[in-house]
Unconditional design. Structure first.
Length: 314
């Protein structure tokens, strides 16, 4: 192996040599070469600040530390992934040129982003929002039924707006939904959602339909057409403000709240997964952010040997 000369300038020289190779021989596009240039020179500056004078001295730990620093700087996940790819290509090139005998990026995975917990409303906040629409008007009756259904069944807004009249079975207290991947599922509806939906379908929807017998959509706009997803966003935000909730909300918050409240009250994770239409239970597990006190309470009540001498602090 030919050891590269030491010093930051030499490190930058190797970056330039790699980029020349990438442009001339690897056929990388000009924009990609420019992005690699910025990424690798940033890493070279990082290495120089830590007295790493040559690519030979770069360790796997140093590369991992650099990627973590990027996250601390607030760089996006896509930026971290791109820089990881640039470093992999750079060190593979150096190894092929016999300038290093070990690739510090071998099998390296960029740090995974911290998964944000879903935004949820408290049960009291949900009750306040759902009480805002005026069921005495056609639009208010529609909005009450829509919001009650979103929270009662955990539907995505696109699933709710896509519902046709034959999808809701009030006698069976269920709604048939076509979700992601064209997967169908049948979800129960709560008593309040059933009552609101029945009242809307009986009196308010015919007034919105304007005699359009062919209109099959459950939720209609003022012109008798299918209610749009954008309209759902707007009406929820209007009712949330009226309920005194100032933070921005989307219909998905009601879906998050549906799942969280079910799990907090002891619902089975697999059942919630089925109702949400998640292909993987791992997706549903994000809703299991219950308090330690709640976990202890469930354990003591449910486990056959669950008695615990240490009680939760009141």
């Amino acid at each position: 192996m030919t050891r590269p000369p030491a010093g930051p300038a030499a490190f930058f020289d190797h970056v330039d040599a790699f980029l020349a190779y990438a442009l001339a021989e690897a056929g990388l596009a000009g924009n990609s070469v420019e992005a690699y240039y910025r990424d690798l020179r940033d890493f070279a500056a990082f290495a120089a600040r830590r007295d790493v004078q040559t690519p030979v001295d770069v360790t796997r730990a140093a590369v991992s530390l650099y990627l973590l620093e990027l996250r601390k700087r607030g760089r996006s996940v896509s930026t971290v992934k791109r820089r990881t790819a640039a470093l992999r290509s750079f060190f593979r090139f150096l190894q092929r040129e016999n300038l290093i005998d070990h690739d510090p990026t071998l099998d390296l995975q960029p740090p995974r982003p911290t998964r944000r917990l879903p935004r949820v409303l408290t049960e009291d906040e949900v009750a306040r929002v759902l009480a805002m629409p005026d069921p005495a008007t056609p639009v208010g009756s529609r909005d009450r039924a829509l919001l009650e259904l979103l929270y009662a069944s955990g539907l995505r807004v696109s699933e709710a707006t896509s519902l046709d009249l034959g999808d809701a079975d009030l006698s069976e207290e269920t709604v048939r939904v076509v979700g992601k991947g064209n997967r169908q599922r049948v979800v129960p509806m709560g008593s309040k959602a059933i009552a609101a939906l029945a009242a809307y379908l009986k009196a308010a929807r015919p007034r919105l339909a304007r005699g359009r017998a062919a209109a099959q959509a459950v939720f209609l706009n003022r012109r008798g057409g299918r209610l749009s997803r954008q309209s759902c966003w707007k009406l929820l935000r209007r009712y949330a403000r009226a309920a005194g909730i100032t933070r921005a909300l989307s219909p998905h918050v009601l879906r998050h709240s549906f799942a969280t409240h079910l799990l907090e009250r002891g619902a089975d994770l697999r059942a919630v997964q089925e109702m949400l239409g998640h292909a993987s239970v791992g997706t549903t597990q994000v809703y299991t952010h219950v308090s330690r006190a709640r976990l202890r309470e469930v354990y003591v009540r449910a486990h056959p040997r669950g008695g615990m001498r240490v009680r939760s602090a009141k």
